[in-house]
Design a binder for this molecule. Structure first.
Ligand code: GRF
Length: 205
């Protein structure tokens, strides 16, 4: 029954292809223990908001800039999440670091997808194309994606799932980014969302 499912909020900043993978996974039944109930963007014209609208999912835009400070942004976010009874927060291309106050408030309830095999190419400064540039510069032969819990250390929380992707001879940061998304991120993020939602449901019983 839908009302018994774990309510999920997805936080985005950009194109939202990971959000789309989550929406598709809920439609196809890969995600069955949770339901995406809210999408929050910190960028007002993010295409992810259109994806939410097309899927009939409620969305909000909240930003540090319009609310005046990180503290005010997080307070408002907490208020909106609590009001809807959100139990799981998924960062899907959310380009802002959350404070320790926030991550402690939702300990083991926030997950993120990062486009490398953590602990390689992660932490402060490693986001977007930079991650793939660094992997190619280093010359690693295998990279991938990681879904992990979010704590006060950027990309430092416990790992939930990883998937490896081979680097090809002629890869550029752009071709690698696309392949990592397609082969790894869009697969392990929905699977992790289901895994953690099922665990939350089991704890409720
Ligand atoms: C992905 O590569 C994700 O790993 C990273 O930001 C990108 C977001 O893409 N954190 P999208 O907005 O989901 O399309």
């Amino acid at each position: 029954m839908k009302q018994n499912k774990v309510k999920i909020a997805v936080l985005v900043s950009g194109g939202g292809t990971n959000l789309q993978a989550l929406i598709d996974a809920e439609h196809s039944g890969i995600i069955k223990s949770g339901t995406i109930s809210l999408v929050v963007s910190n960028v007002k014209d993010a295409y992810a908001l259109t994806r939410a609208e097309n899927a009939g999912i409620e969305s909000l835009t909240l930003s540090k800039k319009s609310l005046g400070s990180q503290d005010a942004f997080e307070d408002k976010l907490i208020e909106e999440l609590d009001r809807r009874g959100i139990e799981l927060i998924i960062l899907a291309g959310f380009m802002s670091i959350l404070s320790e106050k926030f991550t402690r408030r939702f300990a083991d309830r926030i997950i993120n997808v990062h486009p490398s095999l953590i602990p390689s190419f992660c932490g402060k400064g490693f986001y977007g194309l930079r991650v793939h540039e660094a992997a190619l510069e280093y010359g690693v032969k295998v990279t991938g994606a990681t879904v992990h819990f979010v704590n006060e250390i950027p990309d430092g929380g416990k790992i939930i799932m990883q998937k490896a992707v081979k680097i090809l001879e002629n890869d550029t940061p752009e071709t690698l980014q696309k392949r990592v998304m397609k082969i790894a991120e869009w697969k392990i993020l929905p699977l992790s969302a289901e895994k953690i939602s099922a665990q939350i449901l089991a704890k409720r019983a």
